[in-house]
Design a binder for this molecule. Sequence first.
Ligand code: ADP
Length: 311
Amino acid sequence: MILCQNLTKRYGPLLAVDDLSFQVAPGEVLGFLGPNGAGKSTTMRILAGFLPANSGKASVCGFDVETEATEAKRRIGYLPEGAPSYPEMTPRSFLEFVADIRGLTGAHRKNRLDEVYGLLHLEHVLGQTIDTLSKGYKRRVGLAQAIVHDPEVLILDEPTDGLDPNQKHEVRQLINQMSQKKIIVISTHLLEEVDALCNRAIIIAHGRILADDTPEKLETRSRFHNAVSVKLVDSSQIEAVRNGIEALPEVASTELDAQSDRLTAFPANGQLPLAAITDLAAKNDWEFSELHLESGRLDEVFRTITGGASA
Ligand code: ADP
């Protein structure tokens, strides 16, 4: 369990974390979402025991991150932003060094290191200095150091930032694999990452929590929730189709995307317009090349909630 109570952190006059309180339970993969400068990294550093808060308390698995830092850190794996490490070391020497610091010895040390090399596909680069590795491999080395001691809690600051789509996919698969047995907190400004990984999202801006919910529930706050988008086989019918759909009592309004010729019908308060639209299409012999029921758009919810905030 992670527990944060009224955490506050100032840098001089700047209030970076403002009276933040939340809990994270086992099985939760929490996405920490917010615009740049929202206070995500600062909160994670406090949780990982790398930065003291000005006031408030944080504990991990029952251990206070400040007053019982050693016990708390034993249970935490932390990937700092940018995954810094020692560029002149090789992954092997770096990870052996981390294993020593983490107190791993004997056969357990060797077995665990072999397991971690395998999990992160590091076998082929173990002897190469870290500064000569690609960004993707550097990030894997960063993740490897975070999991060497098989911690109960993983705190990952923008784990896929700067990676190409294939590397992002690989890192996400790995995080998904580990998520069954751990508490994971991930900071990101990538909304697709929240969809891919998280079962809970906290949206923060200016150091304060603005929303705390499942990604699915957050999506229901979007005006696209239950909207229906269609594309016509014969686009010359578009005006007639638009007028017909707009006249349905289940539909509040429509929007036409001129670039894609996609027509979106937004539901009237609490209505589900899908069935009415398909019935109307059948009656009028309209042929759709696409028919799509929208679940809601997280990016739109994010922009609405944070009001386009950034530091
Ligand atoms: P995020 O991770 O959400 O981008 P940060 O926690 O890095 O946000 O930063 C929150 C605010 O604190 C920002 O305005 C940032 O400029 C400021 N900040 C972060 N670290 C320091 C520091 N060491 N000294 C002064 N200001 C800082």
